[in-house]
Ligand binder design. Structure first.
Ligand code: XUL
Ligand code: CO
Length: 435
């Protein structure tokens, strides 16, 4: 345990690193408190498990929390995690099956350990009021998953992955989780020379369908999420981006039960902005949950940095508001400290950074909406579709030949400026106007 106590809101003038400068949980923004709007969640894996290794070196922080026996270590992780969330006022958490319990000698022992620890987490939830946002299964770390899980060429691996997902779903239901995530892990390929693309994609859909049917039959009425990511670990991940996932889910009839868990760093790896992915999910009714983190402009992989970019958090919050806020989803910090930030104090400060960044984003997004200049410009830009020929197009009341005749009779055409720089200056004005 650390000796760091409750983190309080002290305002922007505070220089206390262990205080919120902008996140004021009880402050009402857009009709709800910041706490209700942002629904912050702790990622179990980064926060309680990762010792911060990189490919050139071992971990720099010990996360065994002073214990040596495997089960004691995992209980201590949970104890620390719940104290950490309570101190920060983080109301939710997310976990993979293997984050919460030690591996056993075989699959059955491992699954029993996970079930056992889920009971322990249930008692921790009860005494703290903290809730589970979503659960998932780690079907990518162990050697047997080297060629995928649901898309493994080996049917026994498919079965083991199914057993793990069944237990992870059971635990999610036990803990009252409102979401269940599938991040593809190693569901993808490196070479077509050894890959049966059609069978792998069909199998992936079959796997998700079985998981959906099992969970629904056992009382899970939350959302399933696919978490898109274009590459890493494989060269071609099947869940490349939001558009790819939506196409896949619709093709296999899964779009009624599945939404998307959208991660900032995954979006940029796919060559998109975070807000592009969110907006595309929203307009397709698939906006679910968020893994809030960011990449590093100079590094081309999933660096999982804590969010610090207020412009991005502003655009993300604009989209959350436009989606009507979170329902079953929330804002999970799928983020880790840099390898050199290897103290518990760094961990607190990293969450404070992330929470303040999103508080600023929410405040700015609310101002942008109330200011109205961005929305009004958008309305004016598309005004030609609200009357006359434009309205007929929108209402499906016109055909190609009639349009062609209309076009031939046009005397002049005036396409207005897109005013991008003006709009960007409005955003700067709203965000930084108070400096
Ligand atoms: C990997 C990643 C995962 C998922 C859950 O890039 O984001 O941690 O969020 O499996
Ligand atoms: Co993630």
């Amino acid at each position: 345990m650390s000796n760091i106590g409750t983190i309080k809101y002290e305002g922007a003038k505070s220089t206390n690193p262990l205080s919120f400068k902008f996140y004021n949980p009880t402050q009402v923004v857009g009709g709800k408190t910041m706490r209700e709007q942002l629904k912050f969640a702790m990622s179990y894996w980064h926060t309680l498990c990762s010792g911060l290794p990189d490919i050139f070196g071992e971990g720099t922080i010990d996360k065994s929390f002073g214990k040596t026996a495997p089960m004691d270590i995992f209980k201590a992780k949970a104890d620390f995690g719940f104290e950490f969330m309570k101190n920060l006022g983080v109301d939710y958490y997310c976990f993979h099956d293997n984050d919460i319990a030690p591996h056993g000698k075989n699959l059955t022992e491992t699954l029993d350990n996970i079930q056992h620890m889920a009971e322990y987490l249930k008692s921790k939830q009860k005494e703290s009021g903290i809730k589970l946002l979503w659960g998932t299964a780690n079907n990518f770390s162990e050697k047997m998953f080297m060629s995928g899980a649901a898309t493994s060429p080996n049917a026994d691996v498919f079965a083991i992955a199914a057993a793990k997902v069944k237990t992870a779903i059971d635990c999610t239901i036990l803990l009252g989780g409102t979401g269940y995530v599938f991040w593809g892990g190693r569901e993808g390929y490196d070479s077509l020379l050894n890959t049966n693309l059609k069978l792998e994609l069909d199998n992936l859909a079959k796997f998700l369908t079985m998981a959906r049917d099992y969970a629904r039959a056992n009382g899970f009425n939350g959302d399933f999420y696919i978490e898109p990511k274009p590459k890493e670990p494989t060269k071609h991940q099947y869940d490349f981006d939001v558009a790819t996932c939506i196409g896949f889910l619709r093709q296999y009839g899964l779009d009624k039960d599945f939404k998307l868990n959208i991660e900032g760093n995954h979006a940029t790896l796919a060559g998109h902005t975070f807000e592009h992915e969110l907006a595309l999910a929203r307009i397709n009714g698939m906006f679910g949950s968020i893994d809030a983190n960011e990449g590093d402009y100079l590094l081309g992989w999933d660096t999982d940095c804590f969010p610090k970019d207020v412009l991005t958090s502003t655009y993300v919050c604009l989209d959350i508001i436009r989606a009507g806020g979170f329902t079953n989803g929330g804002l999970n910090f799928d983020a880790k400290c840099r390898r050199q930030s290897n103290t518990i104090e760094d961990l607190y400060i990293a969450y404070i950074l992330g929470m303040d960044t999103y508080a600023l984003g929410l405040l700015a997004a609310d101002k942008i909406i109330k200011d109205g200049r961005i929305d009004n410009n958008l309305k004016t830009r598309y005004a030609s579709y609200t009357t006359g020929i434009g309205k007929q197009i929108v209402d499906n009341k016109i055909d190609l030949a009639t349009l062609a005749k209309y076009a031939r009779d046009l005397k002049s055409i005036d396409v207005q400026s897109g005013k991008q720089e003006y709009l960007e200056s409005v955003i700067n004005n709203i965000i930084y106007g108070g400096i």
